[in-house]
Design a protein around this ligand. Structure first.
Ligand code: UD1
Ligand code: CA
Length: 465
């Protein structure tokens, strides 16, 4: 019973996930913006596990893609013959391994590192051959039930499909996390049979087999039951999302972030928010987003993989995707910052302004109804209401360059490629096709003429009354 040796995390993730009724592998369904499986593999890092082995089968091509940047080893279960059979596939990878193997299910994304540490402690301190996590659930439907003997010690696990009504009434369940040494595991697993309704090899049978062979099996009870939630269908997925959402919200509140209504603020797992930022209801911050300190994000703003500086005000109904926003900017309401937008400090983007693949220098403003695409704009430039960079000729995109201090009047069309030197002025309503020298006024519109008495000549006396 060697207690020493390195920890291995082993993730069972080969199942079909039939109950999700999805084309996408179950493990790729995101919980707070991160694929379920990656919440589980992250536990390995948290625990300082030396290796993480993932058993893949169903949907393995897509899953391999999602795991491409994770430090994991993959073993394949080509036929889904049950959890016990899945674990057997790791036999070769664990040949000769000494040290605890922690087995987790890829569809249980809510465990905390500290909970798994408690289970490892039970395994080590009680010299167990097998330790598993259990819990008493108010609704145990779908889980394997724990049967205990008169002495209160675990006897075996009975799967719901195999359970009599009396057993189904038990509320203590198997939470799908086990620790054991590799040698013990594979020796015991080789005796698991598929003599059950589902004709599957149940990993859960090792409890009974271990006890029969005189081994020591210990259980640890889960304190926060919400951690044990297994995602089998879409209703479970929504429950898991709600649990994690609340946890993430609480984390950021401890970090000095105000969430006006935590239940209605949707924060992904992989984000950052600086202190004294305030998030109003209906905001959704998606993975890869970083918000600085002292920001105010007003209702129904969606921010995806973007970086927002300090003291930024984002008014309601903005959509910001893969953009960078400097300190002190004011955005919205109803503005759209598209990929590769970079706003330097103090930029103002007002309502119904769309910016794409453009850089706007310090203090530049586009307060109303404008499209800025593929543009390099200097500092303290004013873009008037309705101004547009005409960046696409039907075949290719071209850039617009606007020098510092320039002024683009309302409803101007800047036909790219075109360049305005510093302090250039564009008269309202102009269509600009040629470069404008610094300090010049460009007027590109028809001159106005007034036709006297036109109405009376056109419609006669009757209409003119
Ligand atoms: C399993 C347990 C049950 C426990 C519950 C906790 C068994 C037999 N039952 O039931 O006691 O209460 O988890 O959530 O173990 N998998 C494979 N290959 C397979 C089958 C499954 O890799 O052939 C993987 C799945 O991808 C999943 C995990 O094993 O991550 C559990 O499988 P699932 O079918 O969801 O088992 P449950 O019915 O939830
Ligand atoms: Ca499950």
């Amino acid at each position: 019973m060697g207690r020493a040796g390195e920890l291995v995390l082993l993730v069972l993730a080969a199942g079909k996930g039939t109950r999700m009724r999805s084309r996408q592998p179950k493990m790729l369904h995101p919980v707070c913006g991160r694929p379920m499986l990656l919440h589980v593999t992250a536990l390995g890092r948290g625990l300082g596990a030396k290796r993480c082995i993932v058993v893949l089968g169903s949907g393995q091509e897509e899953l391999r893609g999602a795991l491409a940047h994770e430090p994991v080893e993959i073993v394949v279960q080509s036929e889904q013959l049950g959890t016990g059979h899945a674990l057997l596939q790791a036999r070769e990878a664990l040949q000769g391994h000494r040290g605890p193997v922690l087995i987790v299910h890829g569809d249980q994304p809510l465990y905390r590192t500290s909970t798994l540490e408690t289970l490892l402690d039970v395994f080590r301190s009680r010299s167990a051959d097998l330790a598993l996590l259990v819990g008493e659930l108010p609704d145990p439907t779908g889980y394997g039930r724990i049967l205990r003997g008169p002495d209160g010690r675990i006897d075996r696990i009975v799967e719901e499909t195999e359970a009599s009504p009396e057993v189904r009434a038990l509320r203590e369940v198997n939470l799908g996390i086990y620790v054991a040494e590799a040698a013990f595991l594979f020796k015991t697993l080789s005796r698991v049979a598929d003599r059950n309704e589902k004709r599957e090899y149940f990993l859960t049978d090792i409890v009974e087999l271990a006890l029969e062979a005189g081994h020591r099996v210990e259980t640890a009870s889960l304190e926060d039951l919400s951690e044990g939630l297994g995602v089998n269908d879409r209703a479970d997925l929504a429950r898991a999302e709600a649990v994690l959402r609340r946890r993430i919200a609480e984390h950021w509140m401890t970090q000095g972030v105000t969430l006006v209504d935590p239940e209605r603020t949707y924060l992904d797992a992989d984000i950052e928010i600086g202190p004294d930022s305030v998030l109003e209801p209906g905001c959704r911050l998606r993975a890869g987003t970083r918000i600085g300190a002292g920001c105010r994000i007003e209702p129904n703003v969606v921010i995806d993989a973007s970086s927002i500086g300090d003291n930024v005000l984002i008014k309601p109904h903005c959509f910001i995707e893969q953009a960078r926003v400097g300190d002190g900017c004011i955005i919205g309401p109803s503005a759209h910052l598209r990929p590769n937008t970079q706003l330097e400090d103090g930029v103002r983007i007002g309502n119904f302004v769309e910016v794409k693949n453009s850089r706007l220098g310090r203090g530049t403003k586009a307060d109303h109804l404008a499209y800025i695409g593929d543009a390099d704009i200097g500092e303290h430039v004013t873009i008037g209401c309705g101004a547009i960079t005409v960046n696409y000729d039907g075949q290719k995109k071209s850039r617009t360059v606007i020098g510092d201090g320039s002024f683009v009047g309302c409803n101007a069309n800047l036909i790219a490629p075109v360049k305005l030197e510093a302090n250039a002025y564009v008269a309202a309503g102009s269509t600009i096709t040629q470069d404008v020298p610094g300090g010049a006024l460009a007027v590109g519109r028809a001159r106005q003429r007034n036709v006297e008495g036109w109405r009376q000549r056109r419609f006669g006396k009757r209409d003119a009354d």
